[in-house]
Design a protein around this ligand. Sequence first.
Ligand SMILES: Cc1ncc(COP(=O)(O)O)c(C=O)c1O
Length: 458
Amino acid sequence: MSVIRKPWVRPVFTSHRTGTNKFGMARQRFWRSDIDGVAVEDLVAEHGSPLFVISERRLRDNVRRLLRSFRTRYPRVRYGWSYKTNYLNAVCATLHQEGAWAEVVSDFEYDKARALGVPGSHIIFNGPYKPRPALEKAAREGALIHLDNLDELFVLEDVARQVGKVVPCALRLNFDTGYAEPWSRFGFNVESGAAHDAARRIAAAGVLKLTGLHSHIGTFVLDPRAYAAQIKVMAQFMDFAERETGAAIDYLDIGGGFASRNALQGVYLPTDQAVTSIDQYAETITQAMAEAVRGRKNWPWLVLESGRAVVDDAGSLITSVVGSKRLPDSRKALILDAGVNLMFTAYWYNHECQPTRAIDGIAEETVLYGPLCMNIDVMRSSVWLPPMGPGDRLVFNPVGAYNNTQWQEFIQYRPAIVMVQESGTVSEIRRRDTLATMLEPERLPAALATPFPDGLPE
Ligand SMILES: Cc1ncc(COP(=O)(O)O)c(C=O)c1O
């Protein structure tokens, strides 16, 4: 008679820790061996590890869901893709194909949108610093310029006289919605009357025309009622500007801020329960819009600039375990080949991370470190993972928002980024750093060309 033995599993001792709860003890149950049907191992074999992977299908699905949700509830909805969230050309081009305008916050982003073929007329130009040449270009090309401060307003007046045309512009407003901490450093304050003065000044200048109002109340805004409060203030300001300055407001731009399906640190509930759905935002926002436009002949466009909610879960980071150790306090630690220089958002999210195969053994609390020789390089300070060691891989998701724009060239070569296209084709959309690409911007004075002119030091 043959005896079926269970495989031996290495015993694990874990010290009891207080502070965990019914969610905190949940073990990693899922593993993920492919991204949109392409095996993680094949991706790594072809493009190396670590590797960022963008899902074209998810990106398109997300923006379509957003637009459908709003456009079925309010007839005039426009969407501006927030370049700073992820300005990889392939990402921006995908969203432009879905009808997105470009929402840019710097000269560089403006030029990037133009280089991609976006006409000035479809660029929303935000941000606290727009150098004069950038304002001139934007004014000539008919971009929607959102003014941040009085000095900028004066420069734009001057630019308008120089280019010899009446330049349309919008005011960025800030105010207290009663929900999120006001971002009062951007734009003109409503409560103090600064915004009203700016609207009067625009009217008096004779060369500018106020056609829009903008505000961005914050990011990862979980309570949709904050947007209803925002729209109420913006609508009151619209009434004022039209009544007292003769402006004709064509759009209310409510900025971005919808939560992505990510786990914000410090939030108790699991992501599925904590995160507001796009339909919930749309329902509350469009009801507030309906209230705001009641009795008006012309309904203003509702402009959305949602960033993270559209791109975050379309991005994954494949990383490999390169070492493991036991910390003095008994916790397991893994060293990965990707660190916070690549995944900047590790500072405020507990990103989900999944092994790429089923792994037997008892899950235990694990710390994930990156490869940087820096104490702050912690990808997850506590995650329950099965026993893993060198050669195993983890897939982090969602990582599509703010990482590819805020990553740093620091110590390591930055990895390639690929897009899994809807067709199943995998395209490299950004090449890996090489010594040549990293050294390209540097110049070495001739006198320093030889490192040891007097021979090697002892
Ligand atoms: C003006 C503006 N619009 C849109 C966004 C996108 O925000 P989010 O990614 O939270 O949707 C930002 C981000 O800070 C912003 O500053």
